[in-house]
Design a protein around this ligand. Structure first.
Ligand code: ADP
Length: 345
């Protein structure tokens, strides 16, 4: 008894650590392990090879696309390939010009700097970033009023890699400074997600039946991070309710308990669809109104829910707002309104 109580905190700690390091532990470490996104990989291979041949750092590169598709992982792979340590920060972490100045002046020649969520940089900071990216100079204003002067510091050659889920929020001067390219990550094919689940299962040392891999992949929203998350939840379920193996039944029951449906939709996705259909007659409904009616943040709807609902054709974006499609009605088992039935005929 005494032993069990002693063990509890240890187990908890381990689980917490596993949760926070799940992404890191399953993160591909080589290009071969990075599944899918073939066009991006091919383009990056050329840029990397060219930079190496010229003995120069890679030019600045921007990755964009919904969360969990592998932007950070690509940045890690690039830094590894360039044999340079990667400094990691994010838009919200750089609040003041001084924060950026300290990040930039601490870079060594050839370093890679990764800024996640770059769309959340404030304008003042962004303006200091322009000359840093373009001509490797840092302009710092010292003093105020007529006695203010600009101190210009030279920065070492470095590569900026940046990621955003919201390309539209990036100013065009900032976008244009990514001279090494701007890459849009797309949702993964079913086959690629299956390969990712298979690889993660090996790394997590859990056995999983082929049908369970299919079941899990189908509900992973075509997104590697979601696939890994569901796999881990199924592993928990298998350990507690089964014999440790993720069988088809275990996968089915675990996903049912998580309330993840056949299309990978969670309760909040379904609430959004139901709200558009039942409260707003299928739409169009503006994003602010939708957020207020579903008690979700506008940003959460735009970043987390909407990209996948658009991808599977459950909603449409029109200038007047979001509309539910016929597929959404069918998925939720709600009878089609008369106007949609007419278009079918
Ligand atoms: P993002 O930065 O786009 O939000 P990440 O790069 O953090 O996404 O990816 C989330 C997790 O998904 C990673 O830790 C990794 O385990 C997995 N992952 C992402 N892309 C791939 C891929 N192409 N192949 C295998 N696993 C991937």
């Amino acid at each position: 008894m005494a032993d069990t109580t002693k063990e509890i905190p240890v187990v908890k700690k381990k689980e917490q650590k596993e949760d926070s390091t799940l992404d890191a532990s399953l993160r591909p470490r080589t290009w071969d392990e990075y599944i899918g996104q073939d066009v991006i990989k091919k383009n990056l291979a050329i840029s990397l090879e060219a930079a190496r041949k010229r003995g120069e750092p890679l030019e600045h590169i921007l990755f964009y696309g919904p969360a969990g598709l592998g932007k950070t992982t690509l940045a890690h792979l690039i830094a590894h390939e360039m044999n340079s340590p990667m400094r990691v920060t994010s838009g919200p972490a750089i609040e003041r010009v001084g924060d950026l100045a300290s990040v930039l002046t601490n870079l060594s020649p050839g370093d890679t700097l990764f800024i996640d969520e770059i769309h959340r940089l404030n304008k003042l900071v962004e303006e200091v970033l322009y000359p840093a990216m373009e001509s490797r100079t840092l302009d710092i204003i010292i003093g105020k009023g007529p006695s203010a002067r600009v101190l210009q510091l030279d920065l070492p050659p470095f590569t900026l890699l940046a990621a955003t889920t919201r390309m539209a929020l990036l100013s065009s001067p900032l976008r244009s400074r990514f001279s090494g390219g701007t890459y849009r990550l797309s949702f993964y094919s079913h086959n690629d997600i299956e390969r990712i689940v298979q690889r993660s299962a090996v790394l997590l040392n859990v056995s999983i039946e082929p049908e369970a891999i299919t079941e899990l992949s189908l509900r992973s929203r075509s997104t590697p991070r979601v696939a890994n998350h569901l796999l881990k939840r199924c592993r928990d379920y298998a350990d507690v309710r089964g014999n440790g193996t993720i069988t088809t039944n275990v996968a089915h029951d675990a996903l049912h308990l998580l309330d993840v449906d056949q299309k990978g939709l969670e309760i909040s996705d379904r609430r959004i669809l139901e709200t558009i259909i039942t409260k707003y007659n299928g739409g169009p409904v503006g994003i602010q109104t939708l957020a207020a009616s579903t008690s979700e943040e506008t940003e959460t709807i735009e970043d987390v829910h909407e990209p996948y609902l658009l991808q599977i054709g459950f909603i449409e974006r029109t200038p007047r707002g979001r509309m539910a499609t016929r597929l959404a009605y069918e998925h939720l088992g709600i009878p089609l309104p008369a106007n949609m039935q007419e278009t079918l005929l």
